[in-house]
Design a protein around this ligand. Structure first.
Ligand code: PMP
Length: 364
């Protein structure tokens, strides 16, 4: 009677059933400790080993070099909107360069502007955030302390299928909604952050990959918790970390390594899921109207509209009765959004595709 299998939520997203079963058991007792996961000291040797294994798994999955630190922080991706400019922009003369590609970019930029000079390199405002910039629309300055962009705009369903910026300026990227869904050439970035609650775990932990040189040159006199250096020095144990959330991320990384066979395989599976849904949109005679231009469409969030609000209401009602959940679009833009993160199976996407075909034929 589980609805997890058809949970298309934008986040927190569905997690693999095999992970949920282990999490369930761990609430009573983590096998190797005899203790509940909710009552284990963050200073225990066991928890240290959990942090180490989770780090190693992420390092292996992404081929991340040793000159990167991996941090497990609280505060969500939102805290990184501020923490990045606090550490990398405060007191700088030149502007950091930000791309404004959608709902989450705008939030990021608002916070960065509190900390120092910001230049918006490109904005999707004029196109209603329906597409991402082409390469010839962009020009980055060599003087910028860093450039920042959002790899996957979760609300609009727009995803960069290339890496932006220039090699002589640090790249910073919010990968909250596509981290570990595919390879990401992590070593091209100075800092990557991603909260767990889309592809890799529950809310409560945010993962930061940061190059050592960034940490060494970060701003001084920050509140300790907001200073990357402190978390690096304390090995993600500066204050009580989210033990439970980190443990679940560990289980998901084991699943990615052992059951899926790595991020290349995960990407292939995710691509297949997205292609199927987009083929339904493209073949629907404009009944299902994709939000974004085809070349920038996301493999994670398939955002679309129906011809009118009545049909959208009927779609949600029938989808709910058929066992689907989480299909309502983000409150900022409405419409439908099928989020197809790592744990959502191809079978579930096929079930949704069948439902969409059937709904269109009955309504057309
Ligand atoms: N960035 C992106 C791309 C997101 O999708 C979200 C939330 N869905 C956030 C940032 C904000 O994350 P949090 O709620 O963890 O602060």
């Amino acid at each position: 009677n589980s609805h997890n299998a058809l949970n298309f939520s934008g986040g927190p997203g569905a997690l693999p059933e095999s992970v949920l079963a282990q999490v369930q058991a761990s609430i009573i007792e983590v096998p190797e400790t005899g203790l509940s996961i909710l009552g284990i000291s963050h200073r225990s040797a066991w928890f240290e080993s959990i942090v180490r294994e989770t780090e190693n798994n992420i390092r292996t999955l992404l081929g991340l070099p040793e000159n990167y630190h991996i941090l497990f922080l609280q505060g969500g991706a939102t805290q990184q909107f501020s923490m990045v400019p606090m550490n990398m922009l405060r007191g700088k003369r030149h502007a950091a360069e930000y791309l404004d590609t959608g709902y989450w970019s705008r939030k990021v930029i608002t916070e960065a502007m509190r900390e120092g000079p910001v230049r918006v390199v490109w904005s999707g405002e004029n196109c209603g955030y329906r597409h991402l910039p082409r390469e010839d629309e962009l020009s980055f300055s060599a003087d910028a302390p860093y450039i920042h962009y959002v790899s996957n705009e979760t609300v609009e369903g727009l995803q960069f299928h290339r890496i932006l910026g220039r090699d002589d300026v640090p790249r910073v990227c919010d990968m909250s909604s596509d981290f570990l869904s595919k390879p990401c050439e992590a070593d091209k970035f100075s800092l990557i952050y991603a909260h767990a609650q889309k592809n890799i775990g529950p809310a409560g932990v945010t993962i930061v990959l940061v190059r050592d040189s960034v940490v060494q040159s970060a701003g001084q006199n920050l509140p300790a918790f907001l200073d990357y250096r402190r978390h690096v020095d304390a090995h993600s144990n500066f204050n009580t970390p989210p033990v439970f959330a980190i443990y679940v991320v560990l289980l998901v990384t084991r699943w990615l390594l052992n059951d899926i066979g790595g991020v290349e395989n995960m990407a292939r599976i995710n691509r297949g899921k997205a292609d199927l849904l987009y083929s339904i949109l493209d073949g629907s005679d404009d009944f299902y109207r994709g939000w974004g231009e085809a070349r920038d469409r996301s493999a994670m969030n398939v955002s679309f509209n129906l011809p009118n609000a009545d049909l959208e209401r009927a779609f949600f009602t029938e989808a709910k009765a058929a066992g689907f959940s989480g299909l309502e679009g983000h409150r900022a833009i409405g419409g439908v959004r099928a989020s197809i993160y790592n744990a959502l199976s191809l079978g579930a996407v096929e079930t949704l595709a069948d439902f969409m075909q059937d709904f269109r034929h009955r309504s057309g």
